[in-house]
Design a binder for this molecule. Structure first.
Ligand code: PEP
Length: 253
């Protein structure tokens, strides 16, 4: 079985001023400088990306954006392109987050275009999927997740897919304090892994990292990471405090 390096990413959403962002990553850098066996990224708002990249140069923390457009440049008022993100040193970009699906009409087809554009400029996507509470209660979790994965990855070459990160984020667990149990999360992660194996072959599916997201804390990370198909976490609220996020990153200690 392929060795997947755990990947913990912090999604700051629409939080922190520029000076707060710099302060946060300056502290985080020091707190986790000894961490070697876990990959870490922070995803601040656009206005802080450049400054955060500069603070984190030569550190063990990568930087990601929270969204992008799929075109390289042009008359798209208010948008940011993957080329711009690559130019300032971003490595990752979150796409398809449930908040973007809910408030900004993000669809799987849009995510697919963004993923292709990110690869064109050497960035790696963190592709978010997950069901709402209503969908779970109706027994539709696997159908929803399958449709999202097939739609977001449609037509992508397998050598790109293996570098993609999938974040399974049940919508009912995001920002609510109601984390999925490790068993609930594992059930869906295992389903996703099997779907990826069906689409790209077992060997490739074993290489793809699947993060869990939804009210991850220093207290529950260990249990989640003990599951065979949970390869990391996408952390919202708890990533805003460097001490808390550092404890999540150091889940093995
Ligand atoms: C997220 O924003 O992706 C997220 C999982 O948020 P939280 O950790 O606050 O639930």
């Amino acid at each position: 079985m392929a060795e997947r390096i755990p990947f913990i990413a912090g999604n700051w959403k629409m939080n922190k001023s520029l000076s707060q962002a710099i302060d946060t990553v300056t502290k985080l850098k020091e707190l986790i400088e000894d961490v070697q066996d876990v990959e870490v990224a922070v995803c601040p708002p656009f206005i802080a990306l450049d400054a955060v990249v500069k603070v984190l140069i030569r550190s063990n923390i990568a930087v990601g954006a929270q969204n992008c457009f799929w075109e390289e440049k042009g008359a798209y008022t208010g948008e940011i392109s993957p080329l711009m993100l690559a130019d300032i040193g971003c490595r990752y970009c979150i796409v398809g987050h449930s908040e973007r699906r809910k408030y900004f009409g993000e669809t799987d087809a849009n995510v697919n275009r963004k993923v292709r554009a990110l690869y064109q400029f050497g960035l790696l996507p963190i592709i978010c999927v997950g069901e709402t509470l209503e969908q779970r209660q109706q027994g539709l979790t696997m159908n929803v997740v399958e449709e999202q994965i097939r739609g977001c990855l449609s037509g992508l070459p397998v050598n790109k897919v293996v570098d993609s990160v999938i974040a399974y984020e049940p919508v009912w667990a995001i920002g609510t304090g109601h984390t999925a149990t490790p068993e609930q999360a594992q059930e869906v992660h295992s389903f996703i892994r099997n779907l990826l194996a069906e689409l790209y072959g077992e060997e490739n599916a074993q290489k793809i990292r699947i993060q869990y997201g939804g009210s991850v804390t220093p207290e529950n990370i260990k249990g989640l990471m003990a599951m065979p198909d949970i390869d990391g976490a996408l952390v919202g609220g708890a990533s805003l405090e460097p001490e808390k996020f550092a404890r999540i990153v150091k889940f093995k200690q």
